[in-house]
Design a protein. Structure first.
Length: 279
């Protein structure tokens, strides 16, 4: 039986296999995949916010339990970001297209980037509520999705289908995890702090994360023929709203301080545990 120490590494690395296959088989989507992966990979650095409140995965060099950070989370976020960005287009045979001039110039579409930034504004505020950190993550992505659909109602169908497709994709990997390492989810996830609801051994929170991520991720892709407009925006309120920029920077600063605080707490706890063992 496989030891728990390397399951998180093997499972996160398994997501790289379909990433590599799609990247090789669909050259038209390579740029979008790379940008999606590059954008989402840094979210692996948020792991201290979730360990041990949400889960406590044994990791390479015991980094997760000692520092809150781990290498596996970076691999995981890189892999799901690239696939999530193109999964809808791969499944439907479509490709990323430049937003029409009329749509880019519409008053509603002017706030598309602000809508995409909304999860970063919402999460630090929701994090301080008395609930497990997975819930503000899901809620923040849901807010971003709703805001984006309000700006781009033409993408509503694509958004929902993309979310369902990623949910199915992610559920396959969760099922494979439970099949290859029976009981791992029960041992590693902090199920007592969650709703306790599961579907075929898959915690409800993981499924909610998957559909929320899948609905939002495919919006975070560059326009293929619009240099200088990363998301096909013609007019961007972020570029002319210093107050909004300051608020965004402030929320990111709060998030960074949370991460540093959580990492320090992990180091202190690790030192205390080591002292107790030695004593």
């Amino acid at each position: 039986m496989m030891t728990d120490q390397y399951i998180w590494l093997i499972w996160s690395s398994a997501f790289l296999l379909p990433w590599a296959i799609v990247y090789a088989a669909f050259p038209v989507h390579r740029r979008t995949m790379l940008w999606g992966s590059i954008f989402t990979a840094p979210f692996g650095l948020t792991e201290p916010l979730f360990v041990p409140e949400y889960w406590s995965p044994p990791s390479l060099f015991d980094l997760a339990l000692r520092t809150g950070f781990d290498i596996e989370s970076l691999i995981f976020c890189f892999a799901i970001g690239g696939i999530g960005a193109v999964l809808y287009n791969v499944f439907t045979g479509k490709s990323t297209a430049t937003v029409s001039h009329e749509e880019r110039c519409s008053p509603r579409h002017r706030y598309h980037r602000a809508a995409l930034a909304s999860p970063f504004l919402v999460f630090p505020l929701l994090y301080f509520l008395p609930w497990n950190p997975i819930y503000p993550s899901i809620a923040a992505m849901a807010v971003g999705t709703i805001a984006t659909m309000l700006c781009r109602p033409d993408l509503m169908t694509k958004t929902w289908i993309g979310g369902v497709l990623f949910l199915v994709y992610y559920a396959i990997f969760l099922t494979g995890l439970e099949w290859s390492a029976p009981g791992y989810i029960d041992r590693v996830w902090n199920l007592d702090a969650l709703t306790g609801l599961s579907i075929l051994h898959m915690p409800l929170e993981e499924l909610l994360f998957a559909i929320a991520f899948g609905r939002l991720d495919h919006h975070l892709q560059p326009s293929p023929h619009a240099p200088g407009h990363a998301f096909g925006e013609a007019h961007d309120p972020l570029a002319v709203a210093p107050g909004f920029q300051l608020h965004l920077v402030g929320c990111l600063q709060i998030g960074l301080e949370l991460l540093l605080q959580r990492a320090a707490q992990h180091r202190i706890a690790a030192c205390q545990n080591q002292f107790i063992v030695q004593g």
